[in-house]
Design a protein around this ligand. Structure first.
Ligand SMILES: NC(=O)C1=CN([C@@H]2O[C@H](COP(=O)(O)OP(=O)(O)OC[C@H]3O[C@@H](n4cnc5c(N)ncnc54)[C@H](O)[C@@H]3O)[C@@H](O)[C@H]2O)C=CC1
Ligand SMILES: CC(=O)C(=O)O
Ligand SMILES: [Mg+2]
Length: 683
């Protein structure tokens, strides 16, 4: 509630008029800086202000441009936390002083950098006059524009986000009902754009911002979040956002985007999901030098110091919401697996890029086999060339191996089916310990370099051979891209692939669109219409010889919403490999024979919730089978389902089915009646 101060309103109004006049006079003139010297208004750095309470006090006056103490009457505020930010008359956004953030329980609700009103004004004017943040979208030479991102996508993104800021029920209803159309706007590729420009277009704070400056305070900061019930958190440290690299605090955009899908695609309640970013600095120098960047202006913390910050974040989240599920998103490879191993046996969590992507890729390969009338067990006979040995690439490779082993391959036989390339080309044993331990298992035998492509004999490829050389030599059935390197598959590479096999599986999975290893059109053209194509970001269907060739989307969006929902509904203790395998298989089985015959290996997104329902139900059954499920109602539903239907879960519309239970538990965006409850009642 807003209370105007003790003075009678007329004199306050007069004071405001004087203040404005003073501010106008002061603009552009030299005034003493906080440190006592002379400088322009707003020249005081945020850091100095945070360190020095006296400087803060002075600057408070300068940036209002009001040297007269009479103008400093406070506005009396009865609210704390989020309601303060949501009140347009009170909100100062990122200009809230550090001490105000403390007093009003705002820590964690805003990015860590504090800016002056003059800086805010300058940003507003820049956007107003030049539309700086979408200027590149009008630049025909921009990579993202060339890959299909248009000012129209951005307009749509802004429009939808505007609705989300005002009316979440409406936003999620529209998104849910039009998911196939809008996924590319709230999610990849447009969300990549939104992350690149996150600070520049920052308006209304969503989610929580934990920074290295919050060390020692994270638990109390977690209590600044207004909701006592949070079912799921998506957290990033912004270190590898899609294929766009280190975007620091701007990575918050991906946590928001992923959780939009939790609600629209899996029926999580919007009030019970929490996007988070852990800001430990950024190694992106360009970003640090960008005056609009709102994250910590320092290099990333590393090693133990970094791990301690993440530990503290996880501990804080668990302290406030003990049963919360945490999805780790877009952590760079160096720490992604390390963090997963650190937490996965203690907390309900998963890493989307490693586990969600792996489950999605395996489902696509299984469905690709089904599309060519082969059983899933044939996976053990396929050969894979994989570009990208990061957390996503290696997560997929290890998962495919696991599936091969499940179908009878021994571990060495399975590992022998992979040729993995990183930025330096084919990985062979000659790399020694310079590659990660998990990757070494897949290193090919080392041969001395000899001419194009390497030496002789069975292992004819030299270390560093390029993808074209490897494909020509290996003749794989599957080409996977998780490199984030853009169009690295040449026409010759795709032609060679298609010469070696009837229906090559072509999976350029890197995001966003301009980072895809090839386009749908090129895949269709150079594989002469015989390939099955699945990319990380959406492409229009292609055509060859008058025939439509479906562009599938192989993106973890098919798995993470349902996996999280299943784990959460049965309140699983952990997310196990078995549960992720169940998600893969449920997704692979979600295609109709007609779709498969046309080369559609992932189900259409128009009814995305039905996909999440299947995935969630499969995850719950598996969680129960492993003794992981703990929520009694869910366990009863699982047992009722198993007793009624055994292993036959297909097309199960019965009231007794687990799918029906899952569906009934989902949030559905409709307007519900509101009841006024006076303070003190029901508290
Ligand atoms: N479709 C999906 O659902 C998902 C896609 N991804 C995408 O996967 C990509 C990689 O993610 P991370 O593994 O986390 O990144 P990362 O940066 O850790 O790994 C990239 C890997 O690609 C290698 N690489 C770079 N240039 C290459 C080239 N020209 N040829 C072969 N390899 C090359 C690097 O050496 C490194 O091993 C990103 O673009 C990301 O958007 C990630 C998760 C899910
Ligand atoms: C899709 C996704 O999670 C990624 O590209 O990182
Ligand atoms: Mg990701």
């Amino acid at each position: 509630m807003l209370r105007v101060g003790t003075r009678p309103l007329p004199s306050a109004a007069a004071a405001a008029g004087r203040a404005a006049a003073t501010a106008r006079r002061a603009l552009g003139t030299s005034v003493p800086t906080a440190s006592g010297g002379n400088g322009k208004i707003g020249s005081t750095t945020s850091e100095a202000v945070e360190e020095d309470g006296d400087a803060e006090e002075k600057r408070w006056r300068y940036y209002r441009g009001v040297p007269d103490r009479r103008q400093e009457l406070p506005v009396y505020v009865r609210d704390l936390g989020k309601p303060v930010l949501l009140n347009p008359l009170l909100n100062k956004g990122t200009a809230f002083l550090w001490s105000e953030r403390e007093r009003f329980h705002l820590r964690g609700l805003l990015p860590s950098r504090m800016v002056t009103m003059e800086e805010q004004t300058a940003k507003v004017l820049e956007e107003y006059r030049e539309g700086a943040w979408d200027k590149a979208a009008r630049d025909p030479n921009d990579e993202m524009v060339q890959a299909g991102l248009t000012p129209d996508n951005i307009r749509k993104w802004e429009y939808l986000k505007g609705i989300q800021g005002q009316n979440e029920t409406l936003f999620y209803r529209v998104l849910m009902d039009n998911f196939a159309e809008m996924a590319s706007v709230v999610y990849t590729p447009t969300v990549g754009w939104a992350c690149l420009n996150f600070s520049r277009m920052f308006r209304i704070a969503r989610g929580m911002y934990f920074s290295a400056k919050d060390r020692g305070h994270m638990v109390s900061i977690a209590y600044n979040w207004p909701s006592q019930k949070v079912d799921a958190i998506v957290v990033t440290d912004g270190s590898r956002i899609l294929g766009l690299g280190d975007l620091g605090m701007n990575g918050m955009g991906i946590s928001v985007g992923k959780l939009d899908l939790y609600v629209a695609a899996a029926g999580f309640h919007p009030a019970r999901v929490l996007p988070c970013v852990i800001d430990v600095g950024t190694n992106n120098k360009e970003l640090r030098e960008d005056k609009s960047y709102l994250g910590l202006n320092q290099e990333r913390l590393e090693g133990d110091e970094y791990l301690q910050v993440v530990d503290e974040f996880v501990a804080a989240a668990k302290a406030r919401w003990p049963k919360v599920l945490i999805q780790f998103e877009d952590f760079r490879t160096e720490y992604a697996s390390k963090l997963l191993e650190r937490y996965r046996y203690e907390h309900l969590c998963f890493n989307d890029d490693i586990q969600g992507t792996a489950a999605t890729a395996l489902a696509g390969i299984y469905a690709g086999l089904a599309a060519t009338n082969r059983p899933f067990s044939d996976i053990r006979h396929l050969r894979f060339v994989v570009c990208g040995a990061g957390s996503a690439g290696m997560g997929v490779v290890q998962w495919l191996c696991k599936a091969m082993e499940k179908h009878g391959a021994d571990p060495d036989e399975a590992a022998g089916k992979f040729w993995i390339l990183d930025a330096d080309g084919l990985i062979t044993e000659s790399r020694g310990n310079s590659v990660e331990k998990a990757t070494r298992r897949f290193a090919r035998k080392a041969t001395p370099p000899a001419g194009e492509g390497g030496g002789k004999g069975d292992e004819e490829l030299a270390d560093g051979a390029n993808v074209e050389q490897v494909v020509k030599k290996v003749r794989p059935e599957v080409l996977l891209g998780l490199s984030g390197a853009g169009r690295i598959w040449s026409s010759a590479t795709i032609e060679a692939l298609a010469e070696g096999t009837d229906r090559p599986l072509i999976f350029p999975m890197s995001n966003p669109s301009h980072k895809s290893e090839c386009s749908a059109e090129d895949a269709a053209k150079y594989a002469k219409g015989r390939g099955i194509f699945a990319s990380g970001s959406p492409f229009e269907d292609a055509s060859y010889d008058g025939k439509v060739l479906p562009s599938n989307q192989s993106n973890n969006l098919y798995v993470f919403p349902g996996l999280a929902l299943g784990a959460k509904l049965c309140q699983s203790k952990l997310v196990t490999d078995g549960m992720i395998m169940a998600a893969s298989e449920a997704l692979a089985n979600a295609n109709t024979p007609e779709d498969l015959a046309e080369g559609r290996i992932y189900p259409g997104l128009s009814d995305v919730r039905s996909i999440s329902v299947r995935v969630a139900a499969a995850v719950m059954r598996q969680a129960h089978a492993e003794g992981m499920a703990t929520r009694e109602n869910a366990i009863l539903a699982i047992e009722r389902d198993v007793n009624a239907f055994g292993d036959d879960h297909d097309e199960n519309e019965s009231e007794a089915s687990l799918e029906r239970y899952v569906m009934n538990m989902m949030y559905f965006p409709v307007y519900t009646p509101l009841a006024y409850v006076p303070r003190g009642v029901l508290e």
